[in-house]
Design a protein around this ligand. Sequence first.
Ligand code: G1P
Ligand code: ZN
Length: 543
Amino acid sequence: MTLLTLPTTPYNDQRPGTSGLRKKVTVFQQKHYLENFVQALFDVLPAAQGLTLVLGGDGRYYNRVAVQTILRMAAAKGYARVLVGQGGILSTPAVSAVIRAAQASGGIVLSASHNPGGPDGDFGIKYNIGNGGPAPEKVTEAVFARSQQLAEIHTSDSADIALDQLGDYRVDGMQVTVIDPVAIYAELMRSLFDFEAIRALFAGGFRLRFDAMHAVGGPYAKALLEGELGAPAGTVVNAVPLEDFGGLHPDPNPVNAEDLIAHLFADDAPDMGAASDGDADRNMVVGRRFVISPSDSLAVLAAHAKLVPGYRQGLAGVARSMPTSTAVDRVAKSLGIPCFETPTGWKFFGNLLDAGKVTLCGEESYGTGSDHVREKDGLWAVLFWLNLVAASGKSVETLVRELWTAHGRCVYSRHDFEAIPTDKADALMLRLRAALPKLPGTTVAGCAIALADDFAYTDPVDGSVSQKQGIRVILTDGSRVVFRLSGTGTEGATLRVYLERHEPDATRHDREAQTALQPLIALAEALAQIRASTGMERPSVTT
Ligand code: G1P
Ligand code: ZN
């Protein structure tokens, strides 16, 4: 076994987006494409002698090939040890948990999250730092810069290891330990939630349907919900991770998890439904014939956190991404704790969590998490809800309705316009940006505009500034329309339009969201002329 240095030439498209580098599998299969990105990362990181790296992914197509390739490169980089999940499997929150528990210097997550998988689907790679969270922008930008200068790859001619067998291996001078993907994560969950109370809930006949969408959440949900908490066999469906997610789109929202929604609206519907995404960091929670907006879910968790053992002492503060609804702000205000507004993407929560400024955080995109790891965490959110239901004796729907009664309802929706030609999407954003200074004080489509800007964020911990994080137009009554381009797509551009309107009147809380949001939908169209400039008559996905 010898270390090898191979010549390579740079690719110019290796800039990580909202959450790592995501491309079509066929792009990753180009010669040295993966190797180049990993080498650029390793070149940017300090020397690895004596350090531990965590490695695993969501099991999608190309996961296994990538694991073996990265092990050889990690040996050449000089890592003392790599902890890799059995079969190459580790959910994103589990990577975060293992990095923290093992005091590793960082970890590599192989996933394109909720994007479809398979040979024609997407693949992705992301680096997490020693706190367990996504690398901040200064690291990802340095990796991108390095990727454009690359001339050599350092690897070895070591053979593949037996990834499916737990135990210790050697790749050149480096130790590789194949670990149980669930154990460390499960231990962490036990330390946070009242497992006795949840067990009693299931023993009393409470019915849950957890749809793992043939993704990596399956083994975790099976082990905890069915294995430990006594939920009946069959509670977790689509539990075996498949390389192509069974051809489904592993994105837990009412559109892609339509089978789950159908079950929750059937006559014999279970009490609660839940789903997680490709890498198990997202969650959707559904009540019996009752859909919940992720922004409301975050607010409910914040409002009742003291019912959960791990949060009994109360929350230091909460944070939400800018486009997420202000429901959690209202709860924070009533609790007398700070609420931070960050740009989209989990990496912006890391500093706040590390500094102890926030305990709970979330995004409108079905992401919720806390300071237990530095990623959003799908199964954690489901356990949190189960704990709340068990401790309060209230149904999922009642908990949400009580939130609305106390604070008004933040009616919310996101409209996605997918696969727009990039030049058209860029032109639309440019036009919007140019119009911003003139908007405040005017009335457009019957809406009185109070503020219009391009969201910029100064990190309260390290002072770093992130510009152009989404165009927001705020009305005099606090309603908002936000426009931004996705940073995770792999085909053309995706325009996201986020709509929020506060409804204090309880007699109007049951109005259908799209109807209630109609004035804002008209405003968005008037401002951005989405239909005229994209040719799309309606959003591709509405959540
Ligand atoms: C999307 C979501 C964002 C989330 C990210 C990773 O990013 O909108 O909230 O953090 O996926 O799961 P986007 O495609 O909008 O850049
Ligand atoms: Zn994900």
